[in-house]
Design a protein. Structure first.
Length: 243
């Protein structure tokens, strides 16, 4: 072993050079090495999902997952969502066009929910409390998911930030719809804005959500990753996709 080692040292092997501080600096400068500061910063990361930043794009979406592997069963009874026929796919996040209603409700895609029930915590275990006696109770996700929301317009900084927001999530069985409620979004988010939803990085945050309005420079790149359409009822269809 000593002989082999000696044959590989710089003065004996033309393919070997001495490793010194200058060489280390050159490797880091060229992106071929990782500085101690970078190593320390990466060691502090606790999850596998990118954190939603305060400026710019979370991450440019890679190719969306093909629709051929994202299949859900057809609804068998009106008002009752079916169960997926194929195994759930591992995804980083959901991209979906949204249309906030005046009361703050946002309809999610039941197709997307069937494709990846666990992403949404479906089926829900809790129930709503009817405001009026005699009204039906609906399945509700309990406790409310806690989310961070950033809304982006023309600038690279958010026009609205909601931190640790409790996102009411209810399944309205009469229409087989899952709705989330975030009233502060109504005045800031126009129809067909893009919502990017990813699991949170900590036990305290269930989802990191970024919303890109149509006037955001990032809107088009996220829309291009939406490769599925939702039933429209004659209106412009909303799109969604997984990445």
């Amino acid at each position: 072993l000593d002989t082999i080692w000696c044959n590989l040292v710089p003065h004996s092997c033309v393919a070997t050079i001495a490793f010194d501080q200058q060489l280390l600096g050159d490797l880091i400068a060229n992106g071929a090495g990782l500085s101690e500061l970078d190593k320390q910063a990466r060691a502090k990361l606790t999850g596998n999902y990118p954190t939603a930043p305060r400026t710019g794009l979370i991450r440019k979406p890679a190719s969306p997952l093909p629709t051929s592997i994202m299949k859900a069963s057809k609804t068998q009874v009106a008002g009752i969502m079916g169960q997926p026929q194929s195994p759930q796919q591992v995804v980083t996040g959901l991209i979906i066009q949204i249309k906030p209603h005046h009361n703050g409700e946002i309809f999610l895609s039941k197709i997307a929910v069937l494709q990846n029930p666990s992403f949404f915590g479906w089926p829900f275990k809790g129930s709503t409390i009817p405001k009026k006696a005699g009204n039906p109770a609906y399945p509700q996700r309990t406790p409310d998911p806690v989310v961070n929301i950033n809304v982006y317009g023309p600038a690279t900084t958010p026009i609205l930030t909601l931190s640790s927001y409790q996102l009411n999530t209810v399944y309205y069985s009469a229409k087989a719809e899952i709705r989330i409620t975030a009233s502060p979004l109504v005045s800031q988010v126009p129809d067909y804005s893009i919502m990017v939803m990813m699991p949170g990085n900590s036990a305290e945050i269930d989802y990191e959500i970024c919303i890109y309005r149509p006037d955001s420079p990032q809107y088009t790149s996220w829309l291009s990753a939406c490769n599925q359409s939702m039933p429209s009822g004659g209106k412009k269809a909303r799109k969604f996709g997984w990445f």
